[in-house]
Design a binder for this molecule. Structure first.
Ligand SMILES: *Cc1c(COP(=O)(O)O)cnc(C)c1O
Length: 396
């Protein structure tokens, strides 16, 4: 490989179609932030919006804000913004609660509208929180639901006529492996199973085409590559064809057809709003709404392309400069998420030192080094400088 120089990476930044986007974020001086896969950086628009929603909307309008500032409609409005990024239609996504709770809602709904079978198929290395929710659903089912965890290589072969739901995370948090959503969804459909995709590590960083793949349900976080702020609302996608067949396991008054009639009987509203439960967290939804402005007019295919190039550069530089680190994610950009992963026996020590030197990335036990690459605000120079920092540490 030809030596990659600082001049070369600066040239890559000069011709980057997203070079102006970094200015839309507030990033601390002297920090190279490679952790947007865990907590996205702060878009400047969010700061202003939070101020407005608190000081003006809440502060001045008080309870009238529900109508006056469209607070009731906010979860659907923000959901529609996310829809464009994940290949969903308007009215198929709503912003509400956390990913974990939305997973519970998606699984219980899929069990209702899917085939009358009892097994949910997932991957051994799935995100732990998702596995906990699945196991809890099995426990609560009194033996009717079983969870089958298999290795990634065995997923296709395991899609038998016993499987009710295929439940996977699109992009793995640890190995950076990206599933072929189209192929797996097609296979699941052929087997008569429903699909649930967790998009927490892909939405906002990679192109996602839920309807193009024929997916049934999806969920995801608002605070990773969507930059909605710590603990911000997640979202749920329900394909239009299923929405009105679901009787939600978490029936809530915000999903009632006329919530403000305060009727004693639950009558669900039509459409995606049926997935709402309690009163929406307006400040969080407003933050996510403002954060999504950075995606206005942004082509997600181009975002995915840059994610691939950032990762390719990272891998190339590490292999040239830090041969101690072992590549632990796919080399092929299309098989990866927007993060690169390496292993090293003393990863924890190295990562602590890296963070001390202003490169924020993270460690996952036992020996995993993760570097999140956010295409809208990370530059090629960030990657170059991060690897240079790693090299210095290894040289000590
Ligand atoms: C980040 C993440 C979560 C976190 O869920 P919360 O309910 O927001 O804590 C769940 N699943 C996956 C796949 C994630 O990446």
């Amino acid at each position: 490989m030809k030596k990659i120089t600082l001049e070369k990476v600066r040239e890559m930044d000069r011709i980057d179609p997203f070079r102006g986007k970094r200015e839309e974020f507030l990033l601390p001086e002297g920090i190279i932030y490679l952790d947007g896969n865990s907590l996205g950086a702060l878009p400047k628009a969010v700061r202003l919006r939070i101020r407005d929603v608190t000081e003006n909307e809440w502060g001045q309008s008080l309870i009238a804000g529900w109508d006056k500032h469209g607070w009731v409609a906010l979860p659907g409005k923000v959901g529609d913004k996310i829809a464009r990024l994940i290949g969903a239609k308007q009215g198929e996504v709503v912003v509400t609660e956390s990913t974990s709770i939305n997973l519970f809602k998606a699984v219980t709904a899929a069990l209702q509208v899917g085939p009358k079978r009892g097994t949910i198929l997932t991957e051994k290395g799935n995100f732990p929180a998702d596995l906990y929710v699945l196991d809890a659903i099995a426990r609560e089912s009194g033996g009717k639901v079983k969870i089958k965890r298999v290795r990634r290589e065995d997923l296709i072969a395991s899609l038998t006529d016993e499987i009710a739901i295929l439940c996977l995370t699109h992009a793995n948090y640890k190995t950076s492996v990206r599933h072929d959503m189209a192929a797996l969804t097609r296979r699941a459909r052929e087997a008569g199973a429903m699909t649930i995709w967790d998009l927490s590590h892909s939405a906002g960083a990679l192109p996602v085409d839920l309807n193009g793949c024929g997916a049934d349900f999806a969920i995801g976080c608002g605070y990773k590559f969507l930059n909605g702020g710590p603990g911000g609302s997640g979202y749920i996608f329900v394909a239009a064809r299923h929405q009105n067949k679901i009787l939600p396991a978490l029936a809530g008054w915000m999903g009632h057809v006329r919530p403000f009639d305060f009727s004693s009987d639950y009558q669900p509203v039509s459409g995606i709003a049926r997935q709402l439960t309690g009163t929406p967290f307006v400040i969080g939804a407003a933050a996510l709404d403002a954060a999504l402005e950075v995606f206005d007019g942004v082509d997600m295919e181009a975002v995915g392309e840059k994610a691939g190039k950032l990762g390719d550069l990272f891998i190339g530089l590490v292999e040239a400069e830090c041969p101690e680190m072992k590549l632990a994610c796919p080399r092929e950009a299309t098989g990866r998420t927007s993060q690169v992963t390496f292993t090293y026996p003393e990863a924890q020590k190295i990562m602590a030192e890296v963070v001390k030197r202003g490169v924020v990335a993270d460690f996952r036990p036992p020996d995993v080094m993760r570097f999140g690459l956010a295409p809208l605000y990370n530059s090629y120079e960030d990657v170059y400088r991060a690897v240079l920092t790693l090299k210095e540490i290894f040289k000590q």
